[in-house]
Design a binder for this molecule. Structure first.
Ligand SMILES: *Cc1c(COP(=O)(O)O)cnc(C)c1O
Length: 402
């Protein structure tokens, strides 16, 4: 095709929808009051952070919830509160985002990376082998880009090997496995409210658990200044008694302003997930037919949220992939690539986390990430936009492969 009549896409792949008027009104109320800090409320007044915690716990069907500064800090608090000690080994799938190994490193633990399989989820055989080691007690499972592995197997492997599970649900807020919400399979789960996830407060995180001691510790670690009684999605006060002087303050709180803009979004979350999936399925249906592209089929028990899509170009070398990505980009379609030897933007392969020390040679992770492309699907894209994007991808692919 002649470059001049090639169709270009002009919308921004990082543009989320605006905050709703209801959220803006609430935010303005907070700003006008000046009471932004979560504990800056009248006696017996429930602040926005407290209400958000109640509502998210209810949404999840979890007993307790804590709002945090980020999902990364929620994971860090979860690891500390579950009892991870410096030097402990924490298992984690090698295909994940940088804040996940970062949280493990922050807790003083050492990370044991687990390989992945062709559907981009954790390799259950490698997990089984590594979980069987006597010195392994923890798994931080990252549902990276919303791909949920067989959770029945995960729970079985963890139970059999006395490994405690924490779920990283940054991309699975609103998703479920076999009708059970993602984030309810382990001891604790962490969610992100960062701009590029399923609800948007700029930055923010949510930690849920049914474990009273874990939540009491997390609240104190998060920096509750002995005001923990003001939380409502918390265990009974006596649980705090024995731990309050033994638990430092790491200052990882969320404020009322962010909570205020999140509450209306939470009410609308399931509808937003449906809108994401409509777009995802349009794109998937088009891509899956294209020669040269492979999209792993998803498990029938998985109810995912298609806020991004991943596909592979199996058998293609690095040079071809780079040409394909460049060509797409020149026509306004921004794909990401975890196969790059250098970390770029939000994207990094595990081999660039050199601060972790000696990194394992995970052949499948390396092979899979080498040919995997990743694309955001913001809700600011119409269904028609999704079709335009797939047409451009198809034309670029044909050009590169011809
Ligand atoms: C974004 C993300 C996180 C961390 O979220 P923050 O709120 O930015 O700390 C964790 N895990 C995955 C897979 C993510 O994509």
């Amino acid at each position: 095709m002649n470059q001049t009549d090639a169709k270009c896409f002009t919308k921004d792949f990082t543009l989320q929808e605006p905050i709703s008027e209801e959220g803006i009104e609430k935010a303005l109320d907070i700003l006008r009051s000046g009471k932004i800090h979560r504990y800056n409320v009248d006696k017996d007044e429930k602040g926005e952070a407290v209400l958000l915690e109640e509502e998210f716990a209810q949404y999840m069907g979890s007993k307790y919830c804590l709002s945090c500064a980020s999902c990364g800090s929620a994971m860090y608090l979860a690891l500390k509160s579950i009892g991870v000690q410096p030097g402990d080994k924490v298992l984690c799938n090698a295909y994940t985002l940088a804040p996940v190994p970062g949280a493990i490193e922050n807790s003083g633990a050492s990370i044991e990376l687990v390989d992945i399989v062709d559907d981009y989820t954790i390799d259950l055989d490698d997990l089984k082998r590594k979980a069987a080691a006597d010195d392994v007690k923890w798994l931080l499972l990252s549902h990276m880009r919303g791909h949920i592995t067989d959770m029945d197997q995960i729970v079985k492997i963890c139970t059999e090997n006395h490994v405690e599970l924490i779920e990283d649900c940054a991309h699975t807020m609103g998703a479920s496995w076999d009708g059970k919400k993602s984030g309810t399979f382990g001891k604790a789960a962490c969610f992100s409210t960062q701009t590029y996830k399923h609800v948007n407060s700029g930055e923010g995180g949510l930690l849920v658990t049914d474990d009273p001691e874990l939540m009491a510790k997390a609240i104190i670690y998060s920096g509750s200044y002995m005001l923990y009684e003001r939380h409502t999605a918390r265990p009974p006060l006596e649980v705090f008694e024995s731990i309050k002087k033994l638990t430092p303050n790491y200052s990882c709180r969320m404020d009322n302003l962010r909570a205020a803009i999140l509450r209306p979004q939470l009410k609308n979350l399931d509808e937003q997930c449906r809108r994401w999936n409509k777009r995802y399925r349009l794109i998937e249906q088009a891509l899956v037919k294209m020669k040269g592209i492979s999209i792993p089929s998803r498990h029938p028990k998985e109810s995912y949220v298609g806020s991004s899509i991943q596909f592979s170009l199996p058998g293609q070398n690095e040079e071809t992939i780079i040409r394909f990505l460049d060509l797409c980009l020149s026509r306004g379609v921004e794909l990401k690539w975890f196969g790059n030897s250098e970390p770029v933007g939000f994207t990094s392969a595990y081999t660039s986390w050199q601060y972790l020390g000696k990194l394992p040679d995970l052949k499948n992770t390396k092979r899979i990430l080498k040919t995997m492309c990743d694309m955001r699907i913001p809700l600011t894209f119409s269904e028609e936009d999704c079709l335009t994007i797939t047409e451009i991808i198809e034309e670029c692919l044909q050009e590169v492969l011809s």
